[in-house]
Design a protein around this ligand. Structure first.
Ligand code: HAM
Length: 432
């Protein structure tokens, strides 16, 4: 064939589009119900933006960017990630005026000139969120990590693990002291360093921990983290919060992430079925990026999920995943003004979404307590078959009212049976 797509840049053909569309739809539903709004930015940005944001010594800026001069001799780059683009857009459009915060999500293609292999492409896609200017930092970090965890759980990701580390000392005000300790350690072991790491020793010692060279692993593993870089109190507070939310995490001290903008907690999600490329998603706190770009003091946290890797994991766990994603959507309707009822409904919806079964809930119906008749009409128009109502009486009796709009039937289901019955409806298409 005369013309071929470039290596690592693949077509998504009609035969496999359904699974992409379903995944995108579920991401919109999930993140909008968590209070995020979508943002779309240009694929191409000024090269300088990514150099400043991601860091000159990172692999991405050093060797993976698709950069070119346009006809006006401006240096442009096809975005390798979204965090810098989102920051540029939020500053340029003045979205933080009067101390406002922003919670945004995106689903978009990224470009990195890496060596293509399974799970590593040159054009790939990310689903991500950024929490910008939320001043209660551990609360924002908690929201980012719980959203990531429960979104992946709701899709049924197998062997999901969230690995966490604390970079606040390494990249905070005491950075020089802490990095000095790292330099001392690796200088004392200089004979074992490969040429790449020798360069990193002088330019950015942290990047030595990224090394995949098998001969250096035992030396890297033996770095005395607890004495050299103790965990901060902020990080410990976050761990407590995550434990209360039953998010399972694992501290991994050598997780340093490949981008230079992180200043606090960093995290990655790993899953079964990915082999060497086991990072399904990555993120962390970055409090200095907006300052670097001229946007002032703006605390931020966020993450991005790699869509290709997510699909690989899901398909290895459930080969018929693409058929299964076309599940039923349940519309939850709150028929009460009481906070207690609204909160109970929301926490149940979240629990259902986290069961790992393909229950999907429509958050349009969660926004405010309403008169049921109008909302049921809206659900019918949206093509929903089932709606599930909770009001004061139902909460007192610990039941839910499930209506099948197609069969025009309804049934009260005990709270403890709700999850099981919804699963039955999904699997057997059983009417209520
Ligand atoms: P990242 O770790 O560079 O972080 O990328 C996030 C995810 O994108 C990875 O975990 C992986 O699943 C996927 N990914 C990265 N490179 C490739 C590739 N060449 N082929 C396929 N998938 C890939 C970021 O991009 C940050 N912007 C995350 C963030 C958001 N931090 C704060 N906010």
């Amino acid at each position: 064939m005369k013309y071929q797509s470039f290596p690592g840049m693949e077509d998504i053909l009609p035969a496999s589009i359904q699974v992409w569309q379903q995944l995108e739809k579920r991401a919109c539903i999930f993140f909008e119900s968590e209070g995020f709004r979508e943002i779309r930015t240009p694929i191409v940005e000024p090269t300088e933006l990514f150099c400043r944001a991601i860091g000159e010594t990172s692999d991405i800026v050093g060797k993976e960017m698709y950069s070119f001069l346009d006809r006006g001799e401006r240096s442009m780059t096809m975005r390798p990630e979204m965090t810098a683009s989102v920051a540029r857009s939020i500053i340029q459009n003045n979205l933080l005026r009067n101390g406002a915060s922003a919670s945004v999500y995106y689903i978009a293609p990224m470009f990195r000139a890496e060596r293509p292999q399974a799970g590593r492409k040159r054009q790939f896609h990310q689903i991500g969120i950024e929490l910008v200017n939320h001043v209660e930092k551990s609360l924002a970090d908690e929201q980012a990590i719980t959203s990531l965890y429960f979104f992946l759980k709701s899709l049924g990701v197998p062997n999901l693990k969230i690995k966490l580390n604390d970079l606040s000392l390494i990249n905070g005000p005491e950075s020089e002291i802490v990095r000095g300790r790292m330099r001392d350690y690796f200088s004392a072991n200089r004979a074992n360093l490969d040429p790449d790491s020798l360069k990193r020793l002088d330019h950015n010692v942290l990047r030595i921990f990224d090394s995949k060279n098998p001969d250096m692993q035992s030396m890297i593993e033996q770095f005395p983290w607890d004495q050299a870089v103790p965990l901060s109190d902020e990080f410990k507070t976050l761990l407590d919060r995550l434990e209360k939310r039953r998010v399972q995490v694992e501290i991994q001290r050598r997780l340093v992430r490949g981008l230079d903008y992180y200043t606090g907690v960093v995290f990655e999600a790993a899953a079964g079925g990915l082999g060497a490329q086991d990072a399904l998603a990555g993120g962390g706190r970055y409090d200095r990026l907006y300052g670097e770009l001229g946007g002032g003091d703006v605390p931020c946290t966020g993450f991005s999920i790699g869509v290709e890797r997510l699909l690989m994991t899901l398909e290895s766990a459930t080969p018929q995943f693409s058929e299964k994603v076309a599940e039923e959507t349940f519309g939850f309707i709150c028929v009460s003004q009481q906070d207690e009822v609204v909160d109970y409904l929301k926490s149940t919806v979240r629990k259902l979404a986290a069961t790992g079964i393909l229950v999907s809930v429509d958050p349009l119906f969660l926004k405010r307590p309403v008169k049921p008749g109008k909302e049921i009409e809206r659900a019918l128009k949206a093509g929903l078959r089932y709606v599930i109502l909770l009001g004061d009486d139902e909460l007192n009796k610990k039941v839910w009212l499930v209506k099948d709009l197609r069969e025009k039937s309804q049934v009260e289901i005990a709270d403890r049976d709700l999850e099981r019955i919804l699963k039955e409806i999904l699997v057997k298409g059983k009417t209520v």
